[in-house]
Write a protein that binds this ligand. Structure first.
Ligand SMILES: Nc1ncnc2c1ncn2[C@@H]1O[C@H](COP(=O)(O)OP(=O)(O)OP(=O)(O)O)[C@@H](O)[C@H]1O
Ligand SMILES: [Mg+2]
Length: 457
């Protein structure tokens, strides 16, 4: 195989004399990996050819690749924490930490990256999870080689649809992912980054896979896990150093993702939910959903981790078994932790299906009961007062030094003015004296001239 002619977009076809691939019709000239990425055609471990970038996050860069031994396409993830390393500019391969502090962090996290690959090796061949084929260190960093999944991630897939997904479709699609996650949890491994961009859907839609285990960690009770935040999918315990993370953390993200698939909108972020923001049940947004499935999703979205569905096994029972859901509904009644928006009238339901998210949220806030309204007014008043005080303090902090400087300058001007005035007065007196003297001299001279004239006459 002539590697120089390999298409860097699909890694399957060869490019013709014009540089265009016979299979995917893309041109190698149109693909550019930037200086931050590995150059196109780089070879890792003597057998993996690196192609275009598939995706890039805060911790890693994922490339399409070709395994020369197996003649199979692969996905290669390079450990590359954005804030800690840059690529060497002579060979364009090696990653170099920015400084001593970055180096310590980089080395520590690199080991964790490889440890997760080792653990994931256990799940190789399982449906619902991407298979890890190889992992190694090179170019000063670490790499994980995975099977290549031809398709789209769930985020892009949803974006390509004309409508929201049906509840049954979501339940069928995600079942293998739930099963695998349950197995992972039994091995004390939590994913911690479940979101629509970390679920791959094969082109033929026959398979869905969980990817991106960069944040996955082993839980052993005492372990304090790092703080992490990714919008609507991150529960409260993941945003605090003291939060106890466990399988329930993945349950929250899974339920937030299901909510997104069936309603087409993200749930409010956990912190916003602790304040004013309400979580509207899917049925109130016009989604046709069996009661027990809705209850199961809401149980997984409870803010307090100890009142939430504890693991994926429990969640599956609630989602797929209507008998299980009966018990769950009772449990939820005993621990009402979720605020629910008022049920819309029938004709409004139709409207809610088409109006954009912000409008619906605004409507939900615009019609609170009278007591809430006066509370709301009081809160609004307090907020305005606080904002006013903050504004005044900021104003004083900015204007006061300027004012003092101006005052000093004015005093200086005043002094200079007084001194100049005195100087002018003195000069004036001097000129007057000189004028008087001239006058006297003039008079004296005049007198002398007259005397001399008289003598002459
Ligand atoms: N095995 C794979 N097969 C095909 N495409 C993949 C594969 N793995 C990842 N991708 C694509 O690359 C994108 C980024 O991958 P991934 O989610 O692993 O990393 P990331 O989110 O960019 O980085 P980080 O680990 O820093 O969060 C995915 O959204 C997907 O589109
Ligand atoms: Mg990702």
């Amino acid at each position: 195989m002539n590697v120089n002619q390999l298409c860097m977009n699909c890694m399957m076809g060869m490019v013709d004399e014009k540089g265009v691939c016979a299979i995917c019709h893309s041109s190698n000239d149109s693909i550019r990996n930037t200086d931050r990425h590995l150059p196109l055609g780089s070879i890792l471990r003597g057998k993996y050819i690196v192609g275009r970038v598939l995706g890039e996050g805060g911790f890693g860069i994922t490339y399409i690749g070709l395994d020369l031994d197996l003649q199979a396409r692969v996905a290669i993830k390079e450990f590359c924490p954005r804030d800690s390393v840059s690529r060497e500019t002579t060979n364009h391969l090696t990653l170099l930490p920015y400084d001593k502090e970055s180096e310590e962090f980089f080395e520590e996290e690199k080991e964790k990256f490889l440890n997760e690959a080792r653990r994931l090796g256990k799940f190789r061949g399982q449906e619902g999870i991407v298979s890890v084929m190889d992992y190694f260190k090179e170019n000063g960093t670490a790499y994980i080689v995975m099977e290549y999944i031809e398709g789209l991630n769930l985020k892009k897939y949803l974006g390509s649809l004309d409508s929201r997904m049906k509840v049954q479709e979501v339940l069928t699609l995600l079942k293998p992912v739930l099963k695998t996650l349950n197995m992972m949890h039994e091995e004390n491994l939590i994913h911690r980054d479940i979101s629509p961009d970390n679920i791959m859907i094969c082109k033929d839609q026959k398979r869905v896979c969980l990817i991106d285990f960069g944040s996955a960690r082993e839980v052993n009770g005492e372990h304090s896990l790092s703080v992490y935040k990714k919008g609507s999918y991150t529960p409260l315990e993941q945003q605090s150093r003291n939060g106890k993370q466990g399988p329930w953390t993945d349950v929250y993200a899974l339920c937030a993702m299901m909510y997104y698939c069936i309603t087409g909108r993200d749930i409010p972020e956990a912190v916003e939910r602790t304040m004013e923001e309400k979580l509207i049940p899917p049925s109130k947004l016009g989604v046709e959903i069996p009661e027990h499935v809705e209850q199961a999703i809401l149980n997984g979205l409870v803010l307090n981790p100890s009142n939430r569905t504890q693991n994926v096994g429990e969640l599956m029972k609630e989602l797929y078994d209507s008998q299980g859901a009966g018990k769950v509904a009772e449990k939820n009644l005993a621990t009402p932790v979720m605020e629910v928006a008022p049920e819309p009238k029938k004709e409004e339901q139709q409207r809610q299906e088409v109006v954009p998210q912000e409008v619906v949220q605004k409507d939900a806030i615009q019609t609170p009961p009278v007591k809430e309204q006066s509370n709301g007014l009081l809160k609004l008043g307090i907020v305005i007062a606080i904002v006013f005080v903050i504004f005044k303090v900021i104003q004083a902090a900015i204007i006061l030094p300027q004012y003092q400087e101006m005052q000093q300058r004015q005093e200086q001007f005043q002094q200079e003015y007084e001194a100049t005035k005195q100087r002018i007065e003195a000069t004036k007196q001097e000129v007057q004296q000189q004028q008087e003297q001239f006058q006297k001299d003039y008079e004296a001279n005049k007198k002398k001239i007259e005397e001399m004239q008289q003598k002459f006459n």
